[in-house]
Write a protein that binds this ligand. Sequence first.
Ligand code: BJW
Length: 232
Amino acid sequence: MNIVVLTGAGISAESGVPTFRDADGLWAGHRIEDVATPEAYEATPTAVQHFYDERRRALADVTPNPAHVALGRLEEVLGEGLFLVTQNIDDLHERGGSQQVAHMHGELLSALCRSCGGRSHWTDDLYDFPPCPRCGMPELRPDVVWFGEVPYGMDVIQGRLMRADLFVSIGTSGAVYPAAGFVQMAAACGARTLELNLEPSEGTDFFAEARHGRASELVPAWVDEVLHPLGF
Ligand code: BJW
């Protein structure tokens, strides 16, 4: 069985990581165009670096919740049969036990050099423009995908969507492409589709089935449903 799981900010909400578009979300205090575009970075690099530095530091105060842990357990049993792609830039899937995670919008714990293009594991602040560990240039930016940039790993993701038997979307508003279009691609290629979200997403009508509630409850219950017939 090939399962593709897409996660968004909603899966990390109960761990204390703010979502983007909920009332108390990350963008409540920041205009999106001020932080999540290459143009914003060109205009006010230090402000953008501070925004991501704060979020990187905040990782120390959060822990995976039962939804992350359940997906780690699913991978333990299904191995390569599960493809987990996240829009999130936190590391809660990894800390929840998932070993293979496709971070299509990048990672907070990585820095991207605008000079040499190298990607380096990064845990410190970037606001003071430290030198790139690879080329020495002070050109490190957050290794995240902003609007207008191409998400990471699209070829692999599309390949997995095309041979998926089941596509499950967890905790995402369905407002941002290309992720918002994965459900249609998977369905067109024959996959069953399931939405697990607090409320109907913008794309809810594209799913064959939708369950609404908290990820920390819906995801472990769904994982149990998948694993029970397999004897787990
Ligand atoms: C819970 C819960 C709980 C809460 N339990 N659930 C017009 C039409 C179509 C497309 C475009 C267009 N104009 C421009 C575009 C393209 C553009 C786009 O989509 N724009 C839209 C605004 C329309 N997209 C791009 O530019 C992308 N690149 C691209 O398309 O390149 C072209 C290309 C593609 C493919 C191949 C080749 C070329 C890039 C998009 C980059 C997005 N970047 C961000 C920032 C990343 C860094 C950072 O984190 O700061 O990614 S934006 C932000 O949105 C972030 C997120 O990953 C992403 C999605 O947000 P998410 O995860 O859905 O969060 P929320 O807050 O929106 O929703 C949370 C949900 O959880 C809610 O539904 C809650 O109800 C729920 N929830 N608590 C369960 N406890």
